[in-house]
Every structure is written in C-alpha cells, then in structure tokens.
Design a protein around this ligand. Structure first.
Ligand SMILES: NC(=O)c1ccc[n+]([C@@H]2O[C@H](COP(=O)([O-])OP(=O)(O)OC[C@H]3O[C@@H](n4cnc5c(N)ncnc54)[C@H](O)[C@@H]3O)[C@@H](O)[C@H]2O)c1
Length: 267
C-alpha cells in the first residue's frame, strides 16, 4: 500500500518498536496518525507534531484490556480523521507471571481492536477497506518453552490474523491482514526477561540462554514493518529477524473432506 495521504492508527505507538515505527510512518507523508497507548511521551508527541505539520497527529489514551476504551478510541478517531486505512496492533506484554493480563493484552485485546476497527473499515458496512497489521512474534510461530504463556498468546495472534486474511473475509470486507513476527528486538519488553519466564526457578540457566540470543535494533525492525505495510500481500506472515524480512509458507496440516453439498455451499 502506498502510504502517502493515508490515515493510520497505531496501538502501542509509544513503546520501543512503536516509537520507531511512528517515525518511519511520518516520513511517508501520511495524512493522519492516531496513537492509542496506555502511556504518552508528551515531549516526543510535540516534537512529531512540530516536525510534521501536514500530518494530523493525535494521542488517544487506551487500555487495550478495556473494551470501552477501544470503542471510544476508534470512535474519536473516526470523528477526527473521517476514516482510517491502516491499523497496526502493536501493544504487548511479556511477563509469564501475569497469565490473565498477558492473554488480555496480547490476544483478547488484539482481537477486540481488530473487530472494532473492522466496524469502520469493512466495505460491506460502508467502510473503504484497508490493511490491519497484527504484531505477533517469533514466539507466535512455534512453542517457545521459556515463555510458554507469551508464546501461547502470540500463537493465537498469528492464527487469528491468518484466519481473518482468508479470501472468504477479504471478499466481504476489503480489509487485508498481515502478521508480523519480530525476532529479538532491543526494547524495554526484554528488561529483566529472566525474571519473567514461565518457571523463574530455572533462572540461572535462563539468563545464560537469553543472553546468547542475537537481536536487532528497534529502528531496523520498524523500517521492515513499514516496508511490509507497503509491500506485503493479504495473508502474509513475515518473520522480521536480524534486519531481514522472511515471508513464511505455513502449511495446512488438516485438509477437511467436504461432501458435495457443503462444497457447493462454500464455493
Ligand atoms: N522486543 C522484542 O523482542 C519483540 C519480539 C517479538 C514481538 N514483539 C512484540 O512487538 C510489540 C511491541 O513490543 P516492544 O518490544 O516495543 O515492547 P514495549 O514494552 O517497548 O512496548 C509495548 C507497548 O505496548 C503498550 N501496552 C502495554 N500494555 C498495554 C495496555 N494494557 N493497553 C494499551 N497499551 C499497552 C505499552 O504502553 C507500549 O507502548 C509487542 O506486541 C511485542 O510483543 C517484541
């Protein structure tokens, strides 16, 4: 998608990867930018507004665990910007000691944000279509034993996003979906990671393992996220690892046998 003149909603825009993505997006002459987050950096927000006077930028406080906050944020954005073309669900928590909160933020929150955004974007409901980008993780591609809860939440994001990208939905809504799976990226989410694992009593070994994983900077990851928004096709699952973009081909393991009647109904 050519981003020039587009309206973008970014959830988690004041996080480590989020800030860098916002900066990349602002280079693309976007028309409007709504940042939904629990936190705000007022100085940075003021700097972005000063540097990009032609882009309407605003912050909307939102706790993604609260459906009422999500509803209010999208409503306010639709009122301010008229419509939005791209939504990036980029909020997240890594702390396996907080099971419910991890699932609420990383999975239920992303689902609620996506379905609420669709109410405005879905062509069959009077919207213009567009693109929804859900940030999963490499831990959302395979079981990750050291962070089993986080990995479960992110695997849910990958599956949900791939399901939403189905041509069955796309033909109806005109909204495409891509899944972004960053590898280790140097941000605050990794702080004290050895204390946030599923079983902290393995702490010493965890610290050794985590300290050896190669990572990338948030800038590099953000550049590739924005590149993906510009170039990826509906349904793409992209692993952003060590500065490279790898499009993954995830096979279907179950191929349902359809009887004639069901086949006719689905086709
Ligand atoms: N950093 C990595 O190594 C890495 C790797 C793979 C995936 N990711 C994913 O990338 C995304 C961004 O992570 P990051 O590394 O920038 O981490 P971060 O901690 O710097 O940013 C997380 C963002 O989520 C927001 N957030 C947290 N709880 C929220 C809530 N209840 N309501 C609304 N917003 C909330 C925070 O305010 C922050 O803006 C996350 O989804 C994360 O899971 C990160």
């Amino acid at each position: 998608m050519d981003l020039e003149g587009k309206n973008v909603v970014y959830l988690g825009g004041f996080g480590g990867i989020g800030k860098k993505c916002v900066q990349e997006l602002l280079k693309k002459q976007i028309k409007g930018l709504a940042i939904f987050d629990l936190i705000v950096d007022d100085d940075l927000l003021a700097e972005w507004k000063k540097q990009h006077p032609d882009t309407e930028i605003f912050y909307q406080k939102m706790d993604i665990t609260q459906k009422s906050d999500i509803d209010a944020a999208y409503k306010a954005t639709a009122e301010k910007l008229g419509h939005f073309d791209v939504v990036v669900n980029g909020s997240g928590l890594l702390d396996d000691r907080r099971i419910e909160l991890t699932i609420q933020i990383n999975l239920v929150g992303v689902i609620n944000s996506t379905l609420t955004a669709l109410e405005y974007m879905d062509k069959s409901k009077g919207g213009r279509g567009g693109l929804i980008v859900n940030i999963s993780s490499v831990a959302g591609l395979q079981p990750t034993p050291l962070m089993a809860i986080y990995s479960t939440s992110k695997t849910g994001v990958t599956t949900f996003t791939r399901a939403m990208a189905s041509p069955i939905h796309y033909a109806h809504s005109g909204v495409g979906f891509i899944t972004i799976c960053p590898g280790y990226t140097n941000t605050g989410i990794l702080k004290d990671i050895d204390k946030k694992t599923t079983f902290p009593f393995y702490e010493t070994r965890m610290r050794t393992v985590f300290s050896k994983v190669k990572g990338q900077t948030a800038e590099v990851c953000a550049r590739n996220i924005v590149n993906a928004i510009e170039t990826a096709k509906n349904g793409a699952v992209l692993m952003l690892e060590l500065g490279e973009i790898h499009e993954l081909d995830i096979p279907n393991l179950w191929n349902p046998q359809l009887d004639d009647c069901v086949f006719v109904c689905l086709s």
